[in-house]
Design a protein around this ligand. Structure first.
Ligand code: UN1
Length: 510
């Protein structure tokens, strides 16, 4: 752990402007035990305070108290708070986007895009606050009416990952707030500053709103113990966790064991099938954005191309050329397209995966460390690896810009290959053949939560439910009817007759 003198020196250096523009002061960024390093050059940018086990008890109790008050606020009024949050996010967009770049290493445009995604989900949630629709249901009994009502659920524990440090929070929080829940957010220990900044932005919205309970939203910071306190507490009604499948496997049994609700958004191993009729210009652009954008660190990043034999050589040739022109370097510099990996460990895992792929017959283009990009950062040249088949390493998610390319002959075979991985998040096909496109999105096609035609697997809009099947965890966040995960469903039968007929024709006369 560097000395506090060094900490201060580094903090007041080139990044202090980005940090202070987000309203983060010395109390937020110094004196704590969790060291935060920017992936840009590895500099120490903060030492934040960890939440203690005792504090966790208080936080959970306060959140439940806030929930009990918030659930009585009419949903459209709750929507007003989220509308104000959207306004504050618009005002903070540039500063927060830059902090995302600083803390997660995203290029400027992607940092801003992430904040835009937050604004979009706020707009969505505001509309939703007037649309938490239940059903009316036909009753088989005369003089009876049935309906379904949705009620606030309780405290939502949001666990998020470093790669979308703020958007994933907003998907959960904007919906949870209009649904009447209180939120406790545990961000990745790698990206606590963006979380503290969001807390300040939400507090501004709460101050303008007026009488929202103070503990409606709280940030807790720390590692496994902090997560454990949330996951095991019977007073946290919902855990919405985004991260690796390994994390999900640890969390899920604990939440299930106490019958808590769970939304899991875990690993992806997203593929693109490129058919013989595909528009290769479009495919090459889609592949480069989704495979090397965010340095391959989206859960939706493209990791596998399954190319028809007839176009594979041309496609790989064009990709190798396109990759060679992608500027790698400081994500804050205009023109950079590939920023750093989150840390050296991620770079080691990438190198290890490439070595395994080569050993099992892969032909590797690129993939090497780029040591002179910015000293201290884990920069890499994105890799394309032509594989003889879908070997073990291809079936794993390596969170780095490695694109495995395989070939196929018949569409059935390509779809089988696309589905033959443990993960089921996102997928796509490039084709101009309507039969192929429709087959891919049919019940016989992709087994993923997201299946696209002629666009890549990443960069989803907030309007659709986001999540996937199999080891991706089955949860859905963001748009469509994902809000139901943040509420409890109640079925009501109301008898307005003077009789008491029993369902199913049962007689029970006393
Ligand atoms: C993630 O990587 O956890 O579809 C979320 C996308 C983004 C969200 C990614 N809208 O790539």
């Amino acid at each position: 752990m560097p000395s506090s003198i060094k900490t201060r020196e580094v903090i007041v250096s080139q990044y202090s402007d980005i940090i202070s523009r987000n309203g983060l002061g010395p109390a937020d960024i110094s004196g704590g035990t969790i060291a935060v390093h920017t992936p840009i050059d590895g500099a120490l940018i903060a030492e934040v305070h960890e939440t203690s086990p005792d504090q966790m008890v208080e936080v959970i109790a306060a959140a439940n108290e806030a929930f009990r008050a918030w659930r009585t606020v009419p949903p459209p009024v709750r929507g007003e708070l989220v509308r104000l949050l959207g306004e504050e996010l618009r005002a903070a967009k540039e500063a927060l986007g830059a902090l995302v770049s600083l803390e997660a290493g995203k290029i400027v445009s992607e940092g801003l895009g992430e904040v835009q995604e937050m604004i979009d989900i706020c707009d969505f949630a505001v509309g939703l606050s007037r649309q938490l629709y239940g059903l009316t249901i036909a009753s088989e009994r005369p003089g009876h009416r049935m309906m379904e009502t949705w009620h606030p659920l309780g405290v939502a524990g949001v666990i998020s990952a470093f790669n979308f440090p703020v958007a994933v929070w907003s998907w959960n929080t904007a919906l949870a707030l209009v649904c009447g829940d209180a939120v406790i957010w545990k961000p990745s220990e790698k990206t606590p500053l963006t979380a503290l900044a969001c807390q300040k932005i939400l507090q501004k919205a709460m101050a303008r709103f007026g009488d929202a309970p103070k503990a409606l939203h709280q940030v807790v910071i720390g590692g496994a113990e902090v997560g454990e306190a949330l996951v095991t507490s019977p007073d946290v009604a919902l855990i919405s966790a985004t991260g690796s499948t390994r994390m999900g496997k640890a969390v899920a049994p604990k939440v299930a064991g106490r019958f808590g609700k769970l939304i899991l958004e875990l690993g992806g191993n997203n593929a693109m099938i490129v058919g013989p009729t595909a528009d290769l210009d479009l495919a090459v652009r889609a592949i480069t954005f989704s495979a090397i954008g965010t340095c391959g660190q989206r859960c939706t990043s493209l990791r596998r191309v399954i190319a028809h034999e007839s176009i594979k050589d041309e496609l790989v040739g064009r990709l190798v050329k396109a990759y060679a022109t992608a500027p790698i370097g400081n994500p804050l510099d205009a023109g950079t397209l590939v920023g750093p990996l989150i840390d050296q460990a991620a770079r080691d895992r990438m190198q290890n995966a490439i070595a395994r792929a080569a050993k099992s017959g892969g032909t590797v283009h690129g993939g090497e460390p780029v040591n002179d990009a910015v000293a201290g950062g884990a920069y890499v040249r994105p890799a394309i690896v032509e594989m003889p088949g879908q070997t073990d390493v291809v079936r794993e998610e390596t969170f780095a810009p490695i694109l495995y390319v395989m070939t196929y002959d018949a569409l059935d075979e390509a779809i089988a290959m696309q589905n033959d991985v443990p993960q089921g998040l996102s997928s796509c096909i490039f084709t101009n053949d309507v039969r192929e496109a429709e087959t891919f999105v049919s019940a016989l096609g992709s087994d993923c939560g997201i299946a696209n035609v002629n666009i890549g697997p990443s960069g989803a809009e907030i309007g659709g439910a986001f999540g996937g099947e199999k080891e991706t965890g089955g949860g859905r966040e963001s748009g469509a009817d994902a809000w139901r995960g943040y509420m409890r469903r109640q079925t009501n039968t109301i008898n307005y007759s003077r009789e008491l007929p029993l369902a199913q024709g049962v007689k029970f006369d006393i």
